[in-house]
Design a protein around this ligand. Sequence first.
Ligand SMILES: Nc1nc2c(c(=O)[nH]1)N[C@H]1C(S)=C(S)[C@@H](COP(=O)(O)O)O[C@H]1N2
Ligand SMILES: [Mo]
Length: 199
Amino acid sequence: MTKLAKMNTPIFWAEGHPGALDRESWSLKVHGSCKEPQIFSWQDLQEMPQVRVEARLTSVTRWSVFGAWTGVSFAEILRRVQVNESCKYVRFWSVGRIYDTSIPRSIAEKERSLIAWAFDDELLTEDYGGPIRALIPYLWGYKSAKSMIEIELMDYYVPGFWEMRGYTDSGKIEAGKCRDINDGGKIKEIADGEVKDFI
Ligand SMILES: Nc1nc2c(c(=O)[nH]1)N[C@H]1C(S)=C(S)[C@@H](COP(=O)(O)O)O[C@H]1N2
Ligand SMILES: [Mo]
């Protein structure tokens, strides 16, 4: 069992669990508002400069899990596809193309926004969005699309799966009670903005 599973980290698949996914044949299509659209294979991603960040995934349903996430930065991907000046939003698509969500390009390009494939040095399983997922610690967890197959570079905003069902477009984290997954689900308080720790 991976650490995420051992800690009983909730597993969310609003569109239904995708089942077994093949890591070696995975690819990520990056297209839209850019000059050099590209398809990055699992191998291509592994050969890119790796980033390891300590960060929290914090859900609007009030739980937060902390650990070291490994992957590549969106900033590096956007640079490689030669993103257009006019691109203002980055839209993520999960496997099956039912779940999508968009964030401002400025947040995607922040240092701890990742295309992640490991948590605490263990590869992500399908339950937790493997082979690769978005990890956007600056915003509510619904912006961190799991099992990502596509990044669409957008000049304008479109609401995604949860945003069309009432969650905010900004995904801005709001203060309040929150379960600490690393501490057995104990209820603590978080401040608003990026959650680096409990109050
Ligand atoms: N494809 C997909 N990605 C998703 C979701 C989902 O239902 N489907 N849920 C989101 C929400 S609301 C949260 S809080 C996190 C939860 O990640 P976890 O299931 O790995 O704990 O994934 C996000 N990404
Ligand atoms: Mo969530």
